[in-house]
Design a protein around this ligand. Structure first.
Ligand SMILES: Cc1ncc(COP(=O)(O)O)c(C=O)c1O
Length: 389
């Protein structure tokens, strides 16, 4: 990995230190150029005209996303964020009264709200798998929860509030064994490590563009295993997802784009395509090794600060650190570091309430180094934290 080139190509680094890839990362220059150039083209010749002129490039987005996660292009729908992508799959599933969903302690709050909505509306039941002693999903306990009524396994791979990496592929093996649909929230995983839907055995996978993938805000995508294209219809259709055949009938598209609608931001899509290609060119395993290595180092440095408690769960830990420093208010700390040009973040209990209640978590500090960071970035952050103590 040519880290100096990567840093030169990250214009945000000229303005400060960014340690928030799990919030919204710094985009590389080629991503920014793709968005800006598309907007300029639209301004110059018009939106529909720009779309027509760049149709081939825009169509290539589906190949780029498919390559990134080992899918087929017809299994990809481009959406505006991870929540929209996840919800498109979840709300399409024909769950009925008495059906049970298995989820995990680390489940993202938006997903859990959707479970509760369908509990209220459709009478489904929610089973939460206990964690093993490391704090990750207890895969044996998950298998033990499966019954005739289990209609979905829906888990979060990497939670919003820490470095835990849940055993997504082991869960997928169980889902396959019992032939239960498997919806994987990969929002915090894509872009920081290799992702392969074949190995994961998931039926649906959702993610966002702006985090570890370094794409533009307002982008995300859904993967939908090909076999579902025979049966799964979106909760809401339009004339793009299901063109009219005549005035009495429509025909649902035969690809995953049935989960899209007619109007989109093509400038952002151009940026998302470049972000996927950029990550693939560097290599997701190389990205993982560097980002996780820097994060391990940062955990060691933080642990030496007086009163600092690292809160990450799991044996295998990724590029997110959650921690508390006694005597420091997390919100004020974010603001004070921001005024020094250092971006770190927060993790609020409400974002992963099951886990927060179980562990009685307060608002925590969150840091997520990415591969474009270096040790000097980490040291500057540590020095700034020390000044606040
Ligand atoms: C685990 C997880 N899932 C889903 C989301 C939602 O992503 P988006 O904001 O793109 O909808 C987040 C965002 O922080 C997340 O951390």
């Amino acid at each position: 990995m040519d880290i100096e080139k990567i840093r030169r190509e990250t214009p945000g680094l000229a303005h400060g230190i960014h340690l928030m890839a799990s919030g919204s990362s710094l985009a590389p220059q080629p991503v920014i150029d793709a968005v800006m150039q598309f907007l300029e083209l639209e301004a110059r010749i018009g939106g529909y005209e720009a779309h027509a002129q760049q149709a081939e490039m825009l169509d290539g987005l589906y190949d780029s996303v498919a390559r990134l996660i080992g899918a087929k292009r017809r299994e990809i729908a481009i959406l505006s964020n991870a929540t929209a992508a996840w919800g498109q799959a979840f709300h399409a599933l024909p769950l009925k009264a008495g059906d049970r969903i298995i989820t995990c302690q680390a489940e993202y709050a938006a997903n859990y709200v959707a479970f509760l909505q369908r509990q209220k509306r459709d009478g489904i039941e929610i089973d939460v798998v206990p964690n093993d002693e490391s704090g990750a999903i207890d895969v044996a306990a998950l298998e033990g929860l499966i019954s005739e009524q289990t209609a979905l396994i829906a888990i979060t791979w990497v939670p919003t509030n820490g470095g835990l990496v849940n055993p997504a592929a082991a869960v997928g093996a169980i889902a396959r064994k019992y032939d239960i649909p498997y919806l994987l929230d990969a929002c915090q995983a894509v872009g920081q490590m290799p992702v392969d839907v074949g190995t994961l055995n998931c039926d649906f996978l959702s993610t966002t563009g702006r985090k570890f993938l370094r794409g533009p805000r307002g982008t995300g995508f859904l993967y939908l295993r090909e076999k579902w294209l025979d049966s799964l219809e979106p909760a809401a259709l339009d004339h793009f997802s299901a063109p009219l055949v005549d005035t009495t009938r429509y025909a649902v598209r035969d690809d995953a784009r049935r989960f899209e609608t007619w109007e989109n931001s093509y400038a952002l899509r151009a940026g998302l395509k470049v972000a996927c290609d950029y990550a693939m060119d560097i290599g997701l395993e190389a990205i993982r090794q560097r980002a996780w290595g820097l994060t391990d180092l940062m955990r060691e440095k933080l642990a030496m600060l007086p009163g600092c408690r690292i809160m990450d769960l799991g044996v295998e830990k990724c590029a997110i650190i959650s921690f508390i420093i006694e005597g420091l208010d997390p919100q004020l700390t974010v603001e004070k570091l921001r005024s020094r040009g250092i971006a770190i973040g927060l993790s609020r209990p409400a974002s992963s309430l099951l886990d927060a209640e179980r562990r009685k978590l307060p608002v925590m500090q969150r840091i997520s180094p990415h591969y474009f960071n270096n040790e000097a970035d980490l040291d500057a952050c540590i020095a700034a934290l020390k000044e606040l103590l």
